[in-house]
Design a protein around this ligand. Sequence first.
Ligand code: COA
Length: 384
Amino acid sequence: MVEIKTGGNVEFAKGLGGVIACKSSIGYIDGAKGKLIYRGIPIEELAEKSTYEETAYFLIFGKLPKAGELDAFKERLVACRSVPAAVIEILKKLPRETHPMAAMRVGISALGCMDPEGDNMSIEGTTEAGIKIISRSATIAAAIARLRKGEEPVEPRPGLTHAANFLYMLLGKMPDDKMARIMDISLILHADHGMNASTFTAMVIASTMSDMYSAVSGGIAALKGTIHGGANERVVNMLMEIGTPDKAVEYVKNAIAKKQKIMGFGHRVYKAYDPRARILARISEDITRGEKTHKIHEVAKVLEKEVIAVYGKKGILPNVDFYSGCVYNALGIETRMFTALFAVSRTAGWVARILEYLPEGKMFRPRALYEGPEAMKYIPLGER
Ligand code: COA
């Protein structure tokens, strides 16, 4: 407890660690047991039985949809897929080396500028904007991936699921059912995750009654960070740098000696194995068997064993970003795009949590513990 100058005692929590800032029925992480639920259903069950569209509906509207409701929601997502040509033109003007997450931030912002209803902060208006963002974020991410390679963006295809269409637009070819299902599961696993930094950022922006596009652009900006969503890209770079399984032990020793964090390990909430990492590890094992990408999965397995041996007791275990990169890599997606894929999935959680919070009508506004002087004389420039 610390005393604040205007009176009263308040709890001081560095980085807001452990602070409860709102109530929610959307999702819960039991960090000690390594469990994650969306609205009461374990993530393992959703990954096995649900689809991204159904999970997004469930997160946003608070109940599993009936067949007709799900069909209508899917149709709405499909109808929103195309983005205005002017948004693609803006993306084309960015330097080729722009990080995909910076380009995503621009793309979602541009989308907002071109939505005449974008500033409508009613529940209907924000829900509508949210659905457009969930659908179009995939189109924007795929366009960014194509433009980076000097290729024209691929128009969305109406007959495909969200996951299959996303892969189709990303790679410019039809994915097989197995690839599409893997993408679908990955979208489900990344759809929501409590009050993490990017979700909180998006909620703070929405709580000022700004607009949904600004909130999601802010969420993307926070997710871009290398110790948040940006870790998945760094994991694969690290695995490629290690190169072969026999070099993994040496890498861990060096990292410890240099006090370097090992990407894809550790979490603010989980002190047990992240359940999403467990699912992705299994998929990675399956998809890379016998493939030439097998190598980085093999490096990952040895690295995991070694890091757990050293840090496991401290609760530093693989997180979602550790195996997601191996999976995306096996799907043939460029490493630089990985965090943008994460953002496309997470739009559902951002939208759901914003819609849940808005009726509270309470802007987020923490305080800082002021440690500066209280009375300082202003010295004119010439006398300093
Ligand atoms: N490798 C080695 N040590 C790690 C570590 C990692 N990946 N993650 C945390 N630690 C250590 C820190 O060095 C620190 O050690 P100390 O107490 O001896 O100083 C201790 O664990 C606490 O770390 P801290 O970063 O303060 O905890 P946090 O709760 O803020 O950490 C993360 C959460 C995610 C920021 C952190 O684990 C991290 O940076 N991981 C790597 C990046 C990553 O994978 N991010 C994706 C998260 S989903």
